[in-house]
Design a protein around this ligand. Structure first.
Ligand SMILES: [Zn+2]
Length: 190
């Protein structure tokens, strides 16, 4: 799912995967998470091996696999190449329930935000947050807080039961984003 022309969860995950090109990751079952195939264009400046990136990709792969297989037990194994993960999930949930398709979209968008943050790109996430109305009050005053990895609503009337300003996790932001995107799609189709 494109969030810009070329800025997709697939592109971001592939960038992260390129960090690990020289360190193929294998699961206990011998499944390779990261393709060791060389790319046509050389990867950006060599970055040191980073176990956090490896863990991040493993966690994403696991979430994609779990959701897809729960929605469609006939999906088969997750492809080896990280660049094929999201296509695999989309293709294999295309005939799943509306709820499972929605959840797949939320996972992809949330993981895209997580890939951005993992790569140190706070700015893209901040811009995405500013582009989204608050799901609690509908105002356009969401602010991104890098340290907490959360957004909060600047509308002083928009508070929780204890009077604290509304805070939104990445999951809740993704849920709200996909909901508005679907509403927009529906409105255009009618
Ligand atoms: Zn609000």
């Amino acid at each position: 799912m494109a969030h810009g022309e070329t800025d997709t969860a697939t592109a971001r995950l592939s960038e992260l995967g390129a960090f690990l090109r020289n360190y193929p990751v294998k699961s206990a079952a011998g499944h390779s998470y990261i393709s060791a195939e060389p790319r046509a264009t050389p990867a950006a400046p060599a970055l040191p091996y980073n176990p956090n990136v490896e863990n991040h990709i493993r966690a994403c792969a696991q979430e994609i696999t779990q959701h897809t297989l729960a929605a469609n037990p006939d999906a088969g194994p997750l492809p080896d190449k990280v660049a094929a993960y999201y296509d695999w999930m989309r293709e294999n949930t295309a005939h799943a329930s509306e709820e499972d398709q929605f959840r797949a979209e939320v996972i992809e968008y949330r993981q895209w935000l997580e890939h951005c943050l993992r790569a140190g790109d706070n700015e893209t996430v901040r811009k995405q947050v500013r582009r989204q109305p608050c799901p609690a009050c509908g105002c356009w005053g969401l602010m991104w807080m890098r340290e907490l990895r959360e957004a909060y609503c600047t509308n002083t009337e928009c508070t929780d039961r204890d009077g604290f300003s509304t805070h939104l996790s990445l999951s809740r932001l993704a849920h709200a984003h996909v909901t508005s995107r679907r509403n927009l799609r529906q409105a255009r189709a009618t």
